[in-house]
Design a protein around this ligand. Sequence first.
Ligand SMILES: *[C@@H]1O[C@H](CO)[C@@H](O)[C@H](O)[C@H]1NC(C)=O
Ligand SMILES: *[C@@H]1O[C@H](CO)[C@@H](O)[C@H](O)[C@H]1NC(C)=O
Ligand SMILES: *[C@@H]1O[C@H](CO)[C@@H](O)[C@H](O)[C@H]1NC(C)=O
Length: 330
Amino acid sequence: MQIKFCEISTILWVISPIATVLSLSLTSDEISSELIRNEDNLKRIEDIKHNIFFSDELSSSEYHDDLDMEMGIDGNYEWDLLIFTQQWPVTTCYHWREEDKNHACKLPADKEFWTVHGLWPTKKGHFGPSFCNKTAKFDIHLLDEIKDRLNHFWPDIDGESKGDWLWKHEWLKHGTCAAELEELDNELKYFSQGITWREGFELSKMLDSAGIHPDSNNTVVAIHTALLNGLGKNPSIHCLYDSKTDISYLEEIRICFDKELNATDCDGVKHGDAVSIDYPGGTVITNCHISKPVHYPSLVPNKRRQAEKKWKFPIVNLYKLLQFIMWFTL
Ligand SMILES: *[C@@H]1O[C@H](CO)[C@@H](O)[C@H](O)[C@H]1NC(C)=O
Ligand SMILES: *[C@@H]1O[C@H](CO)[C@@H](O)[C@H](O)[C@H]1NC(C)=O
Ligand SMILES: *[C@@H]1O[C@H](CO)[C@@H](O)[C@H](O)[C@H]1NC(C)=O
């Protein structure tokens, strides 16, 4: 293992352009087959490298605009799956505050509490669609009967935003597309479904039962194994990477559902900067560092004095990621 890693690592050092990997004359069949396997990973990374976007919907609006152009092109609003995204509010809040020192957040009163971010219809291999009904409006009063539960399970972490900003955004952007299904064809049904899934898929419990508690560091593979055991389906696992501290924080876990609203594997779903990475024993869909600890914070780290925009996603550091993959697929 060690030796192979060194050899492949050396090869990577020598040839940085991925395209040249294939033209290498390899020294042994074994390494050759490793590289071919790794080629699959490399290609997937290449494919998504051009589509990097901030999975975090709270990011600046220019990203939304770019994204929205790609979604729902020519009124084609077809979709295959729903991505049900839960977020870890501590990480979302940390990111939010670090992005701009004037940002404040509202955290749920409950500790160890994952909240709903959204329910996103998606076409395999594409982003979106989104904003499927341009004439739709959002009426908060249609949600009166579940308002308390929404505040509990689906709160807006942005401390400054007006009460219904997140729900309005989610409904107009994603709910209007989900509404194609009779089960989700109005605000009440759509948001109720999110709450039902949040209650039914308790990430804290799944992680806890694998010994993964807040305020710990774990590999993404350990997190993946825990979730796979809990869900029976392949989710995607998302991190935010703070380049100032070189720490990856667990941020979102996405579970996919088919149009019968049954949980299904997220394979084939485009998740921004996340890629499928094979490891001995499985395939994890993630943007987290594969060979570095992922921090699952219990408290929002202290505010730093100079809040600069230094957040990056691990994939941005393509070279580093390649190394992880090379290391991990050995
Ligand atoms: C779009 O939304 C409007 C307002 O809610 C509704 O009347 C209309 O039926 C919707 N259109 C489609 C195609 O769902
Ligand atoms: C997790 O990792 C971070 C960053 O290296 C470190 O500061 C922290 O003390 C670690 N936490 C635990 C519980 O090991
Ligand atoms: C979806 O779940 C229902 C039960 O909730 C089941 O009857 C149905 O067969 C499932 N569909 C698929 C495609 O697995």
